[in-house]
Design a protein around this ligand. Structure first.
Ligand code: RIB
Length: 312
């Protein structure tokens, strides 16, 4: 994919380092808090650009200092930010990200201006969508906007990629019907389908239920176990590289960006390309989890290539 449009969220992350996650009703002492640009949409756009592809972000931030910083960080990475609107009297999105010593996280998002990304605001950016090859969406902006974006992109013949996070059980059928590739993790797959996902077989059955709703291909990410690709023709597992994870924030976002940066769906080698892109995606996210924070953890193409040399 040469040109990508990301329609989605921008958040300022309050990354709180803790020894262990607090229990219900418990007060704990944290180690440190850092302010780091994040938001699933912005992380994905940032990562696509770091991996050397052209990307435009469509989103909404407030007129506050966080909005300046979030847009500024994307600009520094080379992301086109003209499609990000500034909403008066609204704070930019914020995320409270707890990360424990095992690198696991737990995130609460306050949507703020992300709620103001309306269908009309997406339509104002129609020309940007016209020029791209793929449109990427997530669920941190209003669902009607996500559905509208998917339908507009599908009508224009663009590849539609949905990262269904944060997952919800009530997504409308017309959304599934407009999605080419969906990338849930196990928990998200369970919420989306209402099905059990405790075994490999159950995961495949749940992914296939999404295919029945009209999704073209499902990539289920399995954390340190890698991912599984489920299409009408194929079920294939891709193991992950073993790394010492310090923070899994934006692991999924860097996976998405890696996949899209490497995927070339045209031509006879379509299936082969899909598999190569998944291997590359795994490499990008394996690096991201060895670093702290969201956008701060995302590698450049040169860094991914360097790492790859070490493996050969
Ligand atoms: O995927 C990680 C992101 O989720 C964080 O950056 C946080 O902002 C939330 O959107």
């Amino acid at each position: 994919m040469e040109q990508i449009v990301v329609v989605g969220s921008l958040n300022m992350d309050f990354a709180v380092e803790v020894k262990e996650m607090p229990e219900k009703g418990e007060t704990i002492l944290g180690k440190k808090v850092s302010l780091i640009p994040g938001g699933k949409g912005a992380n994905q756009a940032y990562a696509v650009s770091r991996l050397g592809k052209k990307v435009q972000m469509i989103g909404a931030v407030g007129t506050d200092i966080f909005g300046d910083k979030l847009v500024g960080n994307l600009e520094k990475a080379g992301v086109g930010t003209e499609g990000i609107c500034r909403v008066e009297n609204r704070e930019s999105g914020q995320a409270f990200v707890f990360v424990n010593e095992a690198g696991e996280n737990s995130i609460t998002v306050i949507q703020g201006a992300n709620q103001d990304l309306t269908e009309a605001r997406v339509d104002e950016n129609e020309e940007r969508i016209d020029r791209c090859d793929a449109v990427v969406i997530q669920l941190e902006v209003p669902v009607p906007t996500v559905v509208h974006t998917a339908q507009v992109a599908r009508k224009k013949g663009k590849l539609v990629y949905l990262d269904p996070a944060p997952a919800r059980p009530d997504l409308p059928d017309e959304l599934f019907a407009s999605v080419d590739i969906m990338k849930p993790n196990e928990t998200e797959l369970k919420i989306l389908t209402g099905m059990e996902v405790s075994t490999g077989k159950e995961i495949i059955l749940a992914a296939k239920s999404l295919l029945k709703k009209g999704v073209g291909a499902v990539i289920v990410t399995l954390g340190e176990k890698g991912c599984v690709l489920v299409t009408e023709k194929l079920v294939k597992e891709f193991p992950a590289r073993k790394v010492n994870a310090v923070d899994t924030t934006a692991a999924g976002d860097s996976f998405t960006a890696g996949f899209l940066a490497a995927y070339e769906p045209d031509g006879e080698k379509r299936e082969e390309n899909l598999e190569e892109a998944l291997l590359f995606a795994g490499k990008v996210s394996a690096i991201a989890v060895t670093r702290k924070g969201a956008q701060s953890s995302i590698p450049t193409l040169a860094e991914v290539m360097e790492e790859q040399k070490g493996e050969d």
